[in-house]
Design a protein around this ligand. Structure first.
Ligand code: FAQ
Length: 332
């Protein structure tokens, strides 16, 4: 039920519409090739618009669902300092979701439609948020690895071809880079602590490493959207390129604090100047995408409950804004 189906049924493949004017299409492609931003009122191919709505709304859902694994630890943070940091971080993720929903709305998608697609299981969100946070060290691992992977993927998106998405990414990346550092700092503190704390940090790295590599999406030769998205400069780099960069940056960070990356095949390759790494379990990735993640049901139940419990707030805000507008008109 809570699936993010990859089977292809009901899938709207981006394909140029026969009705599209070749001159408009050529002008659009020239602007993209020239690295100009496409803005909401500009003409764009329908498949470009659909691809963006898909990617931006999935991204927004990931930010919102992504509040849950860490939100789970706010009441159990070990100090007031850590609690304040975690509260601020989780709130930032909520803010990212809101910018992203707004960016998708500029393409004609309604907020209700997007939320309904998430709650019904039609829309995807990142696989990473279907894993449980078992110990306090997981909060460090999420900041360090999950935010770290998110930044690696999102820095190039500051130059994505759709203006509102690119501009949202500028602020998101600034905040994500703080998140990454707080996660690494938390993990460093555990590694410099007792034996048991260091063991917890290692255990968290063991559990979050491979799912973090999966965040970048399927390998390039199995990624149906990459080629067209690169052509339209929606994506600026491929899934495999970004994944490799993440491994190259993160392995030395683990070594610096005395943690071992859980991959026996990991080896620096002098010839190409990158780390070689072991095989990713793509069966696990596709199973999580299908909705079989360890805590997928709990995640979606929590979102649906939050949406239903928050109905009165949305109603009150709407009623208040209608009243204010009416009072303004009456006063004019
Ligand atoms: N999970 O052809 P591709 C965060 C889907 S934000 C689930 O390669 P594409 C912040 C994909 O949608 C994390 N589904 O697709 C935070 C596609 O679906 P389709 C989210 C996945 O779009 C931190 C199908 O597989 N970031 O963490 C995943 O070209 C801490 C085929 O794949 C973004 O969304 C996955 N991991 O490339 C919050 C960034 N990977 O066509 C709280 C923006 C792929 O069946 C705490 N998105 N799929 O509908 C992107 O850059 C791209 O959409 C990719 C996928 C790279 C994720």
């Amino acid at each position: 039920m809570y699936t993010t189906d990859l089977s292809g049924k009901d899938r709207k493949k981006p394909a140029p519409s026969a009705a599209e004017d070749p001159a408009l299409l050529a002008a659009f492609e020239a602007r993209v090739a020239n690295d100009e931003f496409i803005e909401p009122k500009d003409w764009m191919p329908e498949a470009y618009r659909r691809t963006l709505v898909r990617q931006i709304s999935q991204h927004a859902h990931s930010e919102i669902v992504g509040m849950l694994p860490e939100g789970n630890w706010i009441t159990r943070a070990p100090s007031l300092r850590r609690k304040a940091i975690l509260l601020a971080k989780v709130q930032d993720e909520g803010g990212h979701g809101l910018y992203l929903y707004s960016a998708a709305e500029t393409l004609g998608a309604s907020r209700e439609e997007m939320i309904e697609a998430l709650h019904s299981g039609k829309a995807k969100y990142s696989t990473i948020f279907n894993y449980p946070t078992l110990t306090w060290a997981d909060i460090g691992a999420i900041g360090w690895l999950v935010d770290g992977a998110a930044i690696m993927n999102q820095v190039p998106l500051q130059r994505t071809s759709y203006g509102p998405y690119a501009r949202a990414m500028v602020r998101v990346c600034k905040e994500e880079s703080f998140h990454q550092r707080q996660g690494y700092e938390l993990t460093m503190a555990l590694c410099a602590g007792s034996k048991e704390q260091k063991r917890m940090a290692q255990d968290a790295l063991n559990r979050w490493w491979w799912p973090s590599l999966m965040m970048f999406g399927p390998p390039d030769d199995k990624s149906p959207n990459t080629e067209q998205s690169i052509r339209w400069r929606i994506k600026r780099e491929t899934n495999d390129e970004l994944r490799q960069r993440f491994v190259d940056v993160t392995v030395p960070q683990a070594e610096a604090i005395g943690l071992a990356v859980p991959d026996p095949a990991l080896k620096w390759n002098e010839d190409c100047g990158h780390y070689d790494f072991g095989k990713i379990d793509w069966e696990e990735f596709y199973a999580v995408v299908r909705g079989e993640g360890q805590v997928a049901k709990e995640r979606m139940q929590a979102r649906v409950t939050a949406w239903e419990d928050g109905a009165w707030v949305r109603n009150a805000a709407t009623t208040y804004s209608v009243k204010r507008a009416a009072a303004k008109v009456a006063a004019e």
